[in-house]
Design a protein around this ligand. Structure first.
Ligand code: 5GP
Length: 198
């Protein structure tokens, strides 16, 4: 990737069903200057999803080809499917000093922090595991076994909170989005001051 100021790279993670997508959409609504990176996945498209907007949907073979071509900043396997961030999706925006948000799981987040220590990692938590299960079942987009699998992964994910710079609880999505916005501003201003002082 070309050189860019790492403070513009923001990662948002949180267990499936915690409402992070709604929170990030609200953030985009509040801040049109912030860009959302579209990931690539080999997971089948859900009915309401739009190619190139929610994800770039590709086959497993295509995904593996992209990996071998070195086109991914990071990627992982989650619940049996590949997910990854294409370099092309974020490079130009970051070089142009635009804040870019990646909504990715903890393995990807860890990788981003290793590569770019100045990036900001935020984890969104649901009020409780029970609430998470309720939201996942209410959403009704996954089969029962898949909900169970996602809850299992959620318990695992919650063990990685220490890898994140900030943890925000999502009780009401608008308040959570405001906190996320404030956190990004705080992080970027702090880095600015540091930069000024050196
Ligand atoms: P879903 O199938 O619910 O859309 O996503 C499953 C999980 O994959 C979520 O935790 C989501 O944040 C994560 N994810 C989506 N895109 C990426 C990506 O590009 N890289 C990584 N590492 N995880 C991703």
């Amino acid at each position: 990737m070309k050189k860019f100021d790492q403070k513009y790279l923001v990662v948002v993670s949180g267990p499936s069903g915690c409402g992070k997508d709604t929170v990030v959409m609200e953030l985009m609504h509040r801040r049109p200057d912030i860009e959302l990176a579209v990931s690539m996945t080999s997971r089948p498209k859900r009915d309401y999803e739009i190619e190139g907007s929610h994800y770039y949907f590709v086959s497993r073979e295509e995904f593996e080809h992209r990996i071998s071509e070195g086109e991914m900043v990071e990627y992982t396997e989650y619940a049996g499917n590949y997910y990854g961030t294409p370099k092309k999706e974020i490079e130009e925006k970051l070089v142009n000093r635009q804040t870019v948000v990646l909504v990715i799981e903890f393995n990807g987040a860890k990788k981003i922090k290793e590569l770019y220590p100045g990036s900001l990692l935020v984890f969104i938590v649901p009020p409780s595991i029970e609430e998470l299960e309720r939201r996942l079942r209410l959403r009704d987009t996954e089969e029962n076994w898949e909900v169970e699998k996602r809850l299992e992964i959620a318990e695992e994910e919650l063990k990685h909170l220490a890898d994140y710079d900030f943890v925000i609880e999502n009780v009401k999505f608008r308040e959570c989005a405001k906190k996320l916005e404030d956190t990004i501003d705080f992080w970027q201003n702090k880095k600015e001051e540091k930069h000024d002082n050196t």
